[in-house]
Design a protein around this ligand. Structure first.
Ligand SMILES: Nc1nc2c(c(=O)[nH]1)N[C@H]1C(S)=C(S)[C@@H](COP(=O)(O)OP(=O)(O)OC[C@H]3O[C@@H](n4cnc5c(=O)[nH]c(N)nc54)[C@H](O)[C@@H]3O)O[C@H]1N2
Ligand SMILES: Nc1nc2c(c(=O)[nH]1)N[C@H]1C(S)=C(S)[C@@H](COP(=O)(O)OP(=O)(O)OC[C@H]3O[C@@H](n4cnc5c(=O)[nH]c(N)nc54)[C@H](O)[C@@H]3O)O[C@H]1N2
Ligand code: SF4
Ligand SMILES: [Mo]
Length: 655
């Protein structure tokens, strides 16, 4: 008999779609969008569309394995009993010899479910293992917003219906957030205007009404330009500024020092166009500025987020920007993760520069789940060298064979989201429900909670680590929903997550601090700062493409294209034509990709798909920057400075 099972997509994605899985005789037959959530209804993205293939792909890990040498040595299947025996004795050994901080829990966002992702941390919290600061994606932007707004959250997509202006700033939404983009298109049909601000003429830029193309990393100056024009043209909301903001005079003084000519030179955009954007902001109200993770993943990305976020405050909108809304949720994450039960704070290491620590042999046991660090962390050579060390025991719990499996001593099979139950909170919209199990776990795959609690049992641990996960969720989510109880959720009701108020500003002054007192106290410039743009070399930008979520779905769609976009005049200078091979290099490493000559990228800028390999199988992250940002310690992938040359030339030169 066929049945339809209600599910929620837990992938790290802006949309967190409600889905329905159709199953028959214990097999998923298809996954379809669920109209129960109007924001994510009607269509599936290319990943959701291929979930069935992904679940049943030959690339699934179906039994535990042990590897005898790294990287890539012989593998042997073992039983769960043997695996758990080995893991628990390794943990005991490391605890005895080196102490708990020699164990690293390395997890990220492969599955964003509250059980798969958060509750599953409990054992490691109990042991006192080291953990990362989760900074590879959005952390610097969050830290930036906290400086001026106290907390980091903004508008919810569902509240943007009816907007007259939607500005996508460093955000390729038609690719990376298809359902948010769909809302924008709906608004346009009702007379709204869409603006895209991106150094690359992306698909989103092409579909927008207005496209501004700043030089990479010049966004602080562009945002300052818009603010200056808002003041000059008298578009600002003086009453709002007076009541809800602090430091307008100081901001204005800064803007007075910036000439139109200077702003044009830094951004590469004519003043009239910047003034045009300010006019749109001034006349097309209400508006939402969607700040992408992309603009933020650069050397001074936090500064850009700071500056952009202040624009809506000048025109009288409370938190008139969208950025990841995870900071708005009200739930007891410390209880769920177990942090509440431990008195000693764990050792927290920077995720962006983790390769450097791994390489030094800082950890003797690394337990990895929900992430593929050998491919996705910057400076992957260092990460891989670190995981390859003989004196570190690496355990990977994943649904599929990935690059990190080559560097793991033990590989454990994980159940996919359709094979387990969970509750997923979205970092954009406010709706959730129980994500039900559609089929039993394939092979011997097991969910994260089962594995974590079994290891605990083998170690003889009792108490809160072994709490029933649903009981723990009930406690953690007691006060999380609007007009909805935990029982309602368990009965399949759609619930709206309670969030903090839009006009609540827990800053020192209780207002939006255009001039941040917290920054001043921390020794950071209280106003956003434009740092000089890097010279010597090309700026490489990498961003999402539709078919893949990071490294996932290559088993379904084939490898991520090994291509690089290069501007015609740069290509001409190096004698490169479309189809030629290009060597892209810096002091971290080199990769070789196939050129596509295109004016989608400006002179001096290169673009490649996020997380591709080169023609020799080397990851693009061999050359990306692992320097954490000053604010929030986040990543700076999009400030990777490289040199290029035609690849044939190199071969000729070396022979
Ligand atoms: N299909 C798909 N969707 C995804 C993902 C995926 O892997 N695949 N991943 C998800 C995750 S985890 C994330 S973090 C997001 C984000 O994934 P990203 O690929 O980072 O996408 P965006 O946030 O859309 O931002 C990308 C845009 O920022 C622009 N940008 C880069 N540098 C600058 C700059 O200096 N200034 C300005 N103005 N723009 C700049 C890039 O040119 C690009 O067009 O997407 C999510 N959605
Ligand atoms: N060059 C470059 N690199 C980047 C970025 C960039 O812009 N440029 N962006 C960075 C960003 S924003 C992000 S968010 C990171 C993402 O980095 P990662 O989170 O490492 O990305 P994924 O490749 O999606 O890896 C997730 C892993 O989780 C597994 N998985 C999926 N579902 C489950 C599950 O239910 N249980 C378990 N146990 N495993 C599961 C998948 O099979 C996959 O191996 O990449 C970063 N890397
Ligand atoms: S990956 Fe994103 S767009 Fe695709 S189904 Fe999941 S939440 Fe929806
Ligand atoms: Mo991300």
């Amino acid at each position: 008999m066929r049945k339809l099972i209600e599910s929620v997509c837990p992938r790290d994605c802006y949309d967190t779609c409600f889905l329905k899985a159709e199953a028959e005789e214990g097999r998923v037959i298809r996954v379809i969008p669920d109209d129960a959530n109007l924001l994510t209804s009607r269509f599936l993205c290319p990943r959701g569309n291929k979930d069935v293939e992904r679940i049943y792909s030959d690339n699934r890990i179906l039994t535990p394995h042990i590897r005898y040498s790294k990287p890539g040595g012989a593998l042997e299947e073992i039983s769960w009993e043997d695996a758990l025996e080995i893991i628990s004795s390794k943990i005991r050994e490391v605890l005895d010899e080196y102490g708990p901080e020699a164990i690293l829990r390395l997890d990220y966002s492969g599955n964003m479910g509250l059980l798969s992702n958060v509750f599953s941390r409990r054992l490691w919290k109990y042991l006192g293992a080291a953990e990362t600061d989760y900074t590879v994606c959005s952390a610097s932007g969050h830290a930036a917003l906290r400086l001026h707004y106290g907390d980091s959250y903004g508008v919810f997509p569902e509240d943007t219906l009816g907007m007259k202006l939607m500005v996508f700033w460093g955000f390729n939404a038609s690719v990376s957030a298809m359902h948010i983009w769909h809302l924008a298109i709906k608004n346009r049909k009702r007379g709204g205007t869409i603006v895209s601000i991106d150094p690359i003429r992306t698909v989103t830029a092409e579909k927008s009404d207005v496209f501004l193309r700043p030089r990479p990393g010049s966004d602080v100056t562009l945002a300052y330009g818009v603010m200056k024009a808002l003041i000059e043209k008298d578009y600002i909301d003086e009453e709002f500024i007076e009541s809800y903001t602090y430091g307008f005079d100081k901001l204005k003084k800064k803007l007075d020092t910036l000439s139109h000519g200077y702003i044009e030179t830094v951004t590469g955009i004519e003043w009239e166009r910047i003034e045009g954007l300010a006019r749109l902001y001034g006349e097309r109200k209400p508006s939402t500025t969607f700040i992408g993770f992309g603009v933020q993943k650069s050397r001074y990305g936090a500064e850009a987020v700071r500056a952009i976020s202040l624009i809506p405050a000048l025109i009288g909108i409370h938190r008139g920007f969208y950025y990841s809304n995870s900071g708005a949720w009200i739930y007891d994450s410390e209880y769920l993760s177990g942090a509440k039960f431990v008195s000693k704070k764990p050792k927290v290491v920077n995720q962006v520069s983790l390769g450097r620590l791994l390489e030094k042999g800082e950890f003797k046991l690394v337990y990895i789940y929900n992430t593929n660090p050998a491919q996705t962390l910057p400076n992957s050579h260092a990460v891989r060298r670190g995981l390859s060390r003989d004196d570190v025991f690496v355990i990977l719990h994943d649904t599929h064979w990935n690059e990190t499996a080559d560097y793991s001593d033990m590989i454990l099979p994980a159940a996919t989201y359709l094979e387990k139950e969970d509750i997923v909170f979205s970092y954009s919209h406010r709706y959730t429900r129980l994500s039900r199990r559609a089929i039993q776990p394939l092979g011997e795959s097991r969910d994260e909670v089962w594995v974590m609690q079994m290891i605990a049992r083998y170690l003889g641990i009792q108490g809160w680590v072994l709490e029933d996960p649903w009981h723990a969720l009930e406690n953690a989510l007691r006060d999380s929903f609007e007009g909805c109880t935990f029982e309602d959720i368990m009965n399949g009701k759609i619930c709206k997550i309670k969030v903090k108020k839009r006009d609540h500003y827990p800053t020192p002054t209780g207002k939006i601090e255009l001039y941040s007192l917290k920054a001043e106290e921390m020794g950071i410039s209280p106003l956003p700062t434009q740092y000089p743009l890097k010279g010597d070399g090309y700026t490489l930008i990498t961003s999402s493409i539709p078919r893949y979520t990071h490294t996932q779905f290559q088993d379904v769609y084939g490898g991520i294209p090994k291509k690089i976009l290069i501007n015609p005049s740069d290509a001409n200078e190096h004698g490169i034509e479309t189809g030629d091979l290009v060597r892209i290099y810096n002091d971290r490493g080199e990769i070789v990709l196939k050129a596509i000559v295109s004016d989608r990228v400006s002179k001096g800028v290169l673009w490649a798909p996020k997380l591709c390999n080169d023609i020799f199988g080397r990851p693009i992250n061999s050359i990306t920057s692992d320097t954490p940002q000053e604010i929030g310690s986040g990543s700076s992938f999009n400030s990777t400075i490289v040199k290029i040359e035609g690849y044939k030339d190199v071969t000729n030169k070396t022979h």
